[in-house]
Design a protein around this ligand. Structure first.
Ligand SMILES: [Zn+2]
Length: 286
């Protein structure tokens, strides 16, 4: 198995919206805001090469949105999905599988592209695209709170391509790769567990979007069911600590990976490190 971080660029969201009921005096210590109260977030995908599969988890915001749409999100950074894949020796056509943790635009926008004639098609023509069935139905009939995050141009091309596979069960998907479903942030969010030579790397997506949210009640106001998030996150983090799992951070610019420990006030960061360092902790596999 081989693992590569695939940074696709950064965007900004309102810090207060990210941290929900937490006062700025607390969250700004770890996540300083700019003059507009925005905090910078990465869109870091993960490439897993396992057996015959080249699996990409999430695809960032993509390149097909209008200037007006993007102006709300202050894209920054030099990395793109294409350049980051090329850097580690892969092209779009090499990708065999794409797992979408969920279908908010900052997680799946890169999966589809706009063609010169204005039509849309899939970016990865040889890939099967995975979404939980629950999330797919949720996104296709969105509630008004989440509707601005589910863009039709991110969804319809997947459906029309015939490349979409809806997951109804948790468990193994590829050698060393398994999935579980969580419902607090949005219905049917997928969290991915990667077994790398006996050590577990967890792609937690928006269940734990930032290290400042390890404190269980710190829940984004974007979440549709915060009390469910509370329960899910507590159980999830207990497992992370007890089973010494490593969390891969999709949205934290400065941190690729972290481990968690129990402190005086609850869960806190134990160690921060790069994915390369995670890979070197254990003897390389096959
Ligand atoms: Zn989300």
């Amino acid at each position: 198995m081989k693992l590569f971080p695939i940074p696709t660029g950064n965007f900004k969201l309102d810090g207060g919206a990210m941290f929900g009921v937490v006062p700025k005096t607390i969250w700004q210590k770890n996540h300083p805001a700019d003059e507009n109260n925005l905090i910078n977030l990465s869109m870091r995908s993960l490439l897993i090469v396992t057996g015959d599969h080249r699996v990409l988890i999430d695809t960032g915001i993509g390149e097909k949105q209008s200037e007006k749409f993007l102006s709300h999100y202050y894209l920054n950074g030099d990395d793109t999905l294409a350049s980051s894949l090329a850097k580690v020796g892969y092209s779009f056509d090499d990708i065999t599988d794409v797992i979408h943790t969920h279908l908010h635009f900052d997680h799946c926008g890169g999966s589809t592209k706009r063609n010169s004639d204005g039509s849309y098609s899939t970016t990865f023509k040889n890939a099967t695209y995975y979404v939980s069935e629950k999330q797919w139905n949720w996104a296709m009939n969105p509630n008004r709170k989440e509707a601005a995050s589910f863009l039709k141009e991110n969804l319809i091309p997947l459906q029309e391509s015939g490349q979409l596979k809806l997951l109804t069960e948790e468990g193994d998907l590829f050698p060393g790769v398994s999935v579980r479903f969580f419902n607090g942030h949005t219905d049917g969010q997928i969290v991915i567990y990667v077994n790398y030579s006996g050590n577990t790397l967890v792609f937690a997506a928006d269940l734990v979007p930032l290290s400042g949210m390890l404190h269980v009640p710190y829940i984004p106001s974007y979440d549709t069911r915060p009390l469910i998030t509370l329960e899910e996150k507590e159980q999830f983090l207990n497992e992370v600590v007890d089973q010494q799992q490593t969390i891969f951070m999709e949205h934290e610019v400065e941190t690729e990976c972290l481990t968690v420990k129990r402190g005086a006030k609850g869960f806190e960061v134990d160690l921060r490190f790069t994915l390369d360092e995670f890979l070197s902790f254990v003897p390389t596999g096959e």
